[in-house]
Design a protein around this ligand. Structure first.
Ligand SMILES: CC(C)(COP(=O)(O)OP(=O)(O)OC[C@H]1O[C@@H](n2cnc3c(N)ncnc32)[C@H](O)[C@@H]1OP(=O)(O)O)[C@@H](O)C(=O)NCCC(=O)NCCS
Length: 212
């Protein structure tokens, strides 16, 4: 697993990684109850994604000082599959977010709601835009002269939704307003959130949603 370079201001919140063929998972990072949850995941590909995203989360949580040791952090998901992290040493809970996409994974952590999404670059048809964008949002995206603009907006919606999924049932119901277009990504304003997207590499677009 290699850690990918990300924008400076993302480093406080997030980590992006790429899986490598022959990666050997470090199961010593996980608690027996976490490994028991992984055993319930049927597909080998999903088990690998489970492992790489949660390994990345434990690395980030230690760097961030959320936990002192990997074993102090218990990663669980609630009934809506929303993940969270509890520091067993202090009893403190942290907001977290996870994502995986065909060999890439991401994790984010903060005291306040946070969301992360990674998407391997692929063509998205404009005819699918109505599934996750309002007409106004689609018009804004169409005017943003950036390669793979629709994928950036999908990624932004996913990251925003993960941060505030308890308040919104669907991606489409999370309102996003485009406030800045850069060469490598877009910046959106959402409900009490700022969401940034970036082309991380020719193969990868990522988005980070943080509470403002
Ligand atoms: C849940 C959803 C975000 C998954 O997205 P995805 O691109 O397939 O997968 P990602 O790898 O980026 O994200 C998966 C992670 O999202 C997280 N997640 C799932 N449900 C969540 C929720 N309710 N709140 C926050 N995070 C959630 C989980 O951590 C999951 O990883 P895990 O299974 O290893 O725990 C996606 O199904 C979705 O967009 N739901 C919104 C509902 C909606 O509008 N759907 C219609 C889309 S057209």
């Amino acid at each position: 697993m290699i850690v990918l370079p990300i924008p400076e201001r993302w480093r406080h919140y997030a980590i992006l990684v790429e899986q490598r063929a022959g990666d050997v998972p470090d199961d010593s990072m996980f608690l027996p109850s976490e490994l028991a949850l992984r055993d319930l995941v049927a597909l080998p590909r999903r088990r690998r994604e489970w492992t790489v995203s949660r390994t990345a989360l434990k690395i980030l949580a230690r760097q961030r000082g959320a936990i002192a040791e990997a074993h102090d952090g218990l990663i669980e998901s609630d009934a809506e599959s929303r993940p969270h992290l509890r520091d067993l040493a202090t009893g403190r809970s942290w907001c977290v977010s996870l994502s995986h996409s065909r060999g890439f994974a991401a994790a984010a952590v903060d005291r306040r709601p946070v969301g992360v999404d990674v998407e391997r670059v692929r063509p998205l048809s404009l005819s699918a835009a109505h599934l996750f964008l309002t007409d106004g949002e689609r018009d804004e995206i169409e005017s943003a002269r950036i390669e793979d603009a629709l994928l950036h907006s999908w990624c932004a919606k996913e990251a925003a939704w993960k941060a505030i999924s308890s308040m919104h049932e669907t991606l489409k119901s999370v309102p996003l307003r485009l406030i800045e277009r850069g060469g490598q990504g877009l910046t959106f304003e959402g409900p009490a959130l700022t969401i940034e997207t970036r082309r991380i590499s020719p193969d990868l677009v990522a988005a980070l949603a943080v509470t403002v």
